[in-house]
Design a protein around this ligand. Sequence first.
Ligand SMILES: [Zn+2]
Length: 421
Amino acid sequence: MPDTLLSRFLRYVQIDTQSDARSDTTPSSPGQWDLLRLLETELRALGAADIHLDAFGYLTASVPATSDKDLPTVAFLAHVDTADFPGANVKPLLHPAWDGQPIRLPDDPAQVLDPALYPDLRTAVGKDVVTASGRTLLGADDKAGVAVVMTLVDYLLAHPEVKHGPLRVCFNPDEEIGRGVEKLDLRALGADVAYTLDGEYPGEVNWETFSGDSAVVTIEGVSTHPGWAKPQGMVNALHLAAKLLAVLEAERAGPEYSAGRQGFIHATNLEGNTARAVLRFILRDFDLDGLAAKGARLTQLCTGLQAAEPRARIQLEIKPTYRNMGEWLKQDMRPVDLALEAMRATGLETKIIPVRGGTDGSRLTERGLPTPNLFDGGHNWHGPLEWVAVQDMELAVQACLALIRLWEERGGDYPRSFSRQ
Ligand SMILES: [Zn+2]
């Protein structure tokens, strides 16, 4: 039986590729190698060119150009790892032509996919829906993307009559722990524009993400014997940390008060004792001015705390994490405009959703490779109720084909950032 989008997807999700933030290797977990090596073998069987699996688990391959025009190189990426939820022994369940009735997952009957609670499911009535069985995630994030890219390669190699420029594909590890593309060699990839397949809704294109900084506040108090705390001038670092947090809470600065395009200051960790407390924050905003304002507010609070208690020593360090890809894409919107046109050409209503987080594309765009994100059809990510409809993944393949055709028609004068080096 020939391989299909569905048979690929079912095969990939059964490989445990959960990434591990505590590991400092790349990939962070051995299971990711299992999927990467399988994909390497499958790319070879399909007849892809330049197949290369590097020491950090970046698997790249080419689909050579079929057009005789001079065109930029377009890349498609998907990540092989899955999120921080059990990913071993995934038993994917197919619900063919789903009738719209709630789906109770057999291994944990408390897990129910009910369209009354998850309205996105209503778009899947009549489609072939895949779920997990209750105790694990499904791994559609991002094995739906992996299956879409592999099916795209299969189709293009079997249909040389489809005119296109040079294409690259890349499967990368460790997106879920924020290290997805740190070690990716962009010269070796050699693409001028790229797309990640890691979004949800058919028609979705993401070209804006948060910009993020991290901040660490270190408070050194004065520790004494508690019996002599008053004469010896104890300054309790824990109380100073609590004051800082209380102001931020009163200002509703945290993510639990923010939605849409609003940013936040999120306290992620507090460790300490009387002598010393360390508070960790992440700062997020879509606009760099807004992000800077959040850093400035934290600075102001630390300065105020220091002035109120001169015997303490308060230090604040802010470091950039990632930047909104929109800062770069706005300078040349063709990668986004062609993606939106490809969605319409596929018969889909476009959905532009700013991502309240970072994507692999945020870092790639910042490093000089413009990389918007496209849908792959998965929903309810990172938990047991993840699902995907086969027909939605098929739409993602069609949208990528439309996009490839558009780049062939109109991409000739797009700047070559990496393909000519
Ligand atoms: Zn993902």
